[in-house]
Design a protein around this ligand. Sequence first.
Ligand code: OAD
Length: 238
Amino acid sequence: MRYQKIVILTGAGISAESGIPTFRDKDGLWSKFDLEEVATPEGFARNPDLVHEFYNARRRDLLKVEPNAAHYALARLEREYPGEVLLVTQNVDDLHERAGSKRLLHMHGELLKVRCEACQGVFPETGAISTKTPCPACGAVGKLRPHVVWFGEMPFHLEEIYRALQECDLFLAIGTSGTVYPAAGFVQVARRAGAWCVELNLEPSAVTDLFHEHHFGPASQVVPAYVEKLLAEARKSR
Ligand code: OAD
C-alpha cells in the first residue's frame, strides 16, 4: 500500500452539487451577503437578529438537501481503505456525517449546533433561534449563538489537525478556493512533512502550485474516480 495516513481537507465545492451555494463563486454567499455583517463577532454584536436570520435560513436550506457522490465516496474510502483516513472539513453542513464519514473534524464549526456564550454549552439545533431563545441548560436569554467559526476567531481542532498533517503521506484538498487561512496553508505543512499533495477542484485554487497532482472537474465525478483509484491500488498491493 502506497499511503499509510491520508488527510483530506474539504471545502464548499464538495457540497455545491448537493445544492448548497459556495462562498466565492459567482452567485456565492459572499456576493449576496456582507461577510462583515454576518460572519464576524463584531457583526453579531452590532446586529444579532440579522446574524440569527442568516444562519436560520442556512439551517432551513441544509435540511432540504442530500449528500452527493463525492461525500459518499469519502465515507467509502474511510470504511474500505486499509490505512488511516482523517477528514477535515471547513464546511458547517452535516453532509459528510449523513454520507457515513466517522473520522471527521469540523474546523469551522457546525450549522446544526448552537452555543451559549454564558455557560459555553453546545446544543443540537435544527430550527430557528433568536435573541429571545433561552439557553436550554442555564436559561440565559440572548446568549445563544451559532456554533460556527467567524472571521477573526480561532478554528477548532487545530492541534489535532496539525499533528495529522505532520504525519500524513497523502494530502487531498477538495472543493476549496485556498483563500482562507489557516486551512489554505495545510498543503504547505503536509508537503514539508513529505506528503504527496493532490488537488481535486473545479478549477485551480489560489494555492494550486503547491500541489503535486491535480484533477479538475465537478466533485461528484473527480472524487469517486480518485477514491476508486486509491482503493484499487490498495487491493493490488495486498
Ligand atoms: P469557496 O467558496 O471560497 O471556494 C469553493 C471552491 O469550490 C472554489 O475553488 C470552486 O472552484 C470550487 N467548486 C465549486 N463548485 C464545485 C464542484 N461542483 N466541484 C468541485 N469544486 C467546486 O469555499 P471554501 O474554500 O470552502 O469560512 O471557503 C473557505 C471558507 O471561507 C469557508 O469555510 C467559510 C468561508 O468564508 C467561514 O465562514 C469561517
